[in-house]
Design a protein around this ligand. Structure first.
Ligand code: NAP
Length: 518
C-alpha cells in the first residue's frame, strides 16, 4: 500500500496493485487464527511516513490484535484513497520479462495479461502456508485448518476435541485461546520452544499521549537499532555482570515481557556461553510454571540457543498446560505416523479429534516469490536460478530479472526486523531508484551476478557471526520445508547497518546494478 502511494502520489506513475484477497491487509487479512496478535509493540507496528497518520491513529493495546491491525490497514487504504488502484480477487500465476519490449507480462489465474515497465513484489515473507504432507490427511472426517488460511467466519471449538500441530509463534499464541473454548486440546510438539510473556495490556491514556508527543524520538530509536524496535539493545555483555545481577536483569526483563528480553545483553545472539544463561533462565521458568514435571520436561527440552529461532512471546502459554483439558504429545519421542479418519496416530497412540489445527508455518521468503511464476531474461525461471538457494542483491534485485524489485526479499533484514520499518525502507529506496531511472531516461536496471554473489556471501557471513544458524530446523534456513535448499535467507547484519549500505549503494550511482538507456 505504501509502495502504491509513493509511485502513484509522489512520482505520478500509473500503478496497479494485484491482490489475491478481497481486501487489504496481507498477513493480517489471512492470519485470523485465535489469539493472533503482533509481537511488535503497537506504537511501532505502523507506518511512520505520514505524521498525520501517526497523529490520528490510537492503538488500544500494547500488542495489537489481528482485527485492530486489519482496521488500521483498511484505514490507511481509505485515507490515501488506495483502493481504486488495487485489483482485488486477482491472483498472479506467471510473470515473464519480455526482452523485445522491455516489459513485464503478468498473467493472472483468470487468464488476463497485464504489462508493466517495473514489477515490484510485495508478497510478504510468510504467506505461503506450509501444510505438512502427513499421510492420511484426506481420510480425516473432522475439520482441519491452517492458521495462515483461517476461515473468515471463525471456528467454533466449543465441545470439540482439538489437535494442534506446531509450537512456533503462531501455535504459542493460539493454544491458550483454543484451550479456553475446546473440550480438549492436544498439542503435538516437535521442537520445544522458548517463550517470554507478552504482558499484554490496554494502553493507558498517559502512554498514548506520550507516544503522540514523542514520535520523533521513538522513530529515531527504531531507525537506529538492529531490529527496528522502539527499544535499544543493552550495551553490556553477560560476563560484565555477576550471576546475581544477571539473573536480576533477566527477572526484570521477564516482568516487563516481550521481545525486549532479547535486548537484555548485547552478546546474547553472538556468544553461546552468554546465550546459555538466558536459555537456562527461560527453561527454569517453564519448569516453575508447568506443574506436571513430565510435561514441563518435554516443554523445556529445547535444543537450540534462545532466539536462534524467531522467539515467540505469549499470553499464558506454559500455564495452559496446567489446565485439565490440555495435554502435550512429544513428537520427538513418538512421531506422527499418520492421520486417520478419526484423528492423529503417533508411534504410540491414537488421538481421537474433531478438529486439527496446523500451526505449521510457511514456505518462508522464497515460497511466495516462486508462486508468482517469475521468469527473467533468456527464459530463466526464478526456481531454476535459486535451485541452490536464493541469491539477491540487497534482497531488492535479482540478476537476470531486470526492473524487478522485491520488497523484503531474501537477503534483506525483513523478518529479523520490525516489519513496517523494513518495508518502509525498501519502498522508499525503490521509489528513489525508479525516480532516478525516469529522470535519467534509463530503460533497465539489473543487479549484476557479481554483486549478488558478493552480497549473498555477506548474508552468509552476517548469519555465521551469530548463533542463528545453530537452530538447524528453523525456517530462516528453509529447513522446515522438505527438499528446500538450506541457506540462511534474511540478512542478520542489522536493519540500521543495512539501511546505510542501501543508501550508499544509491548515492554511489547504484553500484552493483547495471543500468542501460535502451
Ligand atoms: P513456525 O515458526 O515455522 O512454526 C511451525 C511449527 O510447526 C514448529 O513448531 C514446527 O516444528 C511445527 N511443524 C512444522 N511441520 C511439522 C510437522 N510435519 N510435524 C510436526 N510439527 C511440525 O511457524 P509459525 O509459528 O506460523 O511462525 C512463523 C513466523 O511467523 C514466526 O516465526 C514469526 O516471524 C511470524 N509470526 C509472527 C507473529 C507475531 O508477530 N505475533 C505471530 C505468529 C507468527 P519444528 O520446529 O520442529 O519444525
Amino acid at each position: 500500500m505504501y509502495q502504491l502511494h509513493c509511485l502513484r502520489d509522489r512520482l505520478g506513475l500509473a500503478t496497479t496493485v494485484l491482490e489475491a484477497a478481497d481486501g487489504v491487509g496481507g498477513t493480517w487479512y489471512w492470519n485470523r487464527y485465535p489469539g493472533a496478535r503482533c509481537d511488535s509493540e503497537s506504537h511501532s507496528y505502523c507506518y511512520g511516513f505520514s505524521p498525520e497518520l501517526l497523529d490520528e491513529w490510537d492503538w488500544s493495546e500494547r500488542y495489537p490484535q489481528q482485527p485492530e491491525i486489519l482496521r488500521y490497514l483498511n484505514h490507511v487504504a481509505d485515507r490515501f484513497n488506495l483502493r481504486p488502484d488495487i485489483r482485488f480477487n486477482t491472483r498472479v500465476s506467471a510473470a515473464r520479462y519480455d526482452e523485445a519490449t522491455n516489459l513485464w507480462h503478468v498473467t493472472t489465474t483468470s487468464g488476463e495479461t497485464l504489462t508493466a515497465t517495473y514489477l515490484i513484489t510485495a508478497v510478504g515473507c510468510l504467506s505461503s502456508a506450509n501444510v505438512p504432507n502427513i499421510p492420511g490427511l484426506p481420510d480425516f472426517q473432522g475439520q482441519w485448518y491452517h492458521t495462515g488460511q483461517w476461515p473468515h467466519g471463525g471456528v467454533d471449538f466449543t465441545g470439540k476435541r482439538v489437535g494442534q500441530i506446531g509450537t512456533g509463534s503462531t501455535g504459542i499464541q493460539a493454544a491458550p485461546v483454543i484451550a479456553a473454548q475446546a473440550a480438549h486440546l492436544t498439542v503435538f510438539q516437535r521442537t520445544a520452544n522458548y517463550s517470554v510473556p507478552a504482558h499484554n495490556a490496554p494502553l493507558t491514556p498517559e502512554f498514548r499521549a506520550w507516544v503522540h508527543s514523542h514520535q520523533d524520538e521513538i522513530r529515531a530509536v527504531m531507525k537506529s537499532t538492529t531490529n527496528g524496535h522502539p527499544f535499544r539493545i543493552a550495551e553490556r555483555n553477560v560476563a560484565d555482570v555477576s550471576p546475581a545481577e544477571r539473573d536480576a536483569l533477566y527477572e526484570a526483563a521477564w516482568a516487563k515481557g516481550g521481545l525486549q528480553f532479547r535486548a537484555t545483553f548485547k552478546d546474547l545472539l553472538t556468544n553461546k556461553a552468554a546465550n546459555d544463561t538466558a536459555a537456562d533462565f527461560l527453561k527454569a521458568k517453564i519448569r516453575s510454571i508447568v506443574r506436571n514435571p513430565a510435561t514441563a520436561a518435554i516443554l523445556a527440552d529445547i535444543d537450540h540457543p534462545y532466539a536462534a529461532k524467531r522467539p515467540p512471546i505469549d499470553d499464558n502459554y506454559f500455564d495452559t498446560f496446567n489446565r485439565p483439558n490440555v495435554s502435550l504429545v512429544d513428537l520427538r519421542r513418538t512421531p506422527i505416523e499418520r492421520i486417520t479418519a478419526t484423528g492423529i496416530r503417533t508411534a504410540e497412540a491414537d488421538y481421537p479429534l474433531d478438529i486439527i489445527v496446523f500451526a505449521t508455518g510457511f514456505d518462508a521468503m522464497t515460497g511466495p516469490l516462486f508462486a508468482l511464476g517469475l521468469t527473467g531474461r533468456n527464459g530463466l525461471a526464478l526456481r531454476d536460478a535459486w535451485r541452490a538457494g536464493p541469491e539477491t542483491y540487497l534482497g531488492l534485485g535479482i540478476p537476470g530479472f531486470p526492473n524487478l524489485f522485491t520488497i523484503t526479499g531474501p537477503g534483506s533484514p525483513s523478518v529479523l526486523a520490525n516489519m513496517p520499518v523494513a518495508i518502509e525502507q525498501h519502498v522508499e529506496w525503490i521509489t528513489d531508484c525508479i525516480a532516478h531511472l525516469r529522470a535519467n531516461h534509463i530503460a533497465t536496471i539489473e543487479a549484476t551476478p557479481e554483486a549478488a554473489t558478493a552480497w549473498s556471501n555477506q548474508v552468509d557471513a552476517a548469519a555465521n557471526a551469530t548463533l542463528l544458524p545453530q537452530a538447524g530446523h528453523s525456517w530462516y534456513l528453509g529447513a522446515n520445508v522438505p527438499g528446500k535448499p538450506r541457506r540462511f535467507m534474511p540478512y542478520a547484519g542489522g536493519m540500521a547497518h543495512y539501511r546505510d549500505i542501501c543508501t550508499e549503494v544509491a548515492t554511489e550511482g547504484y553500484k552493483g546494478l547495471v543500468m542501460a538507456k535502451s
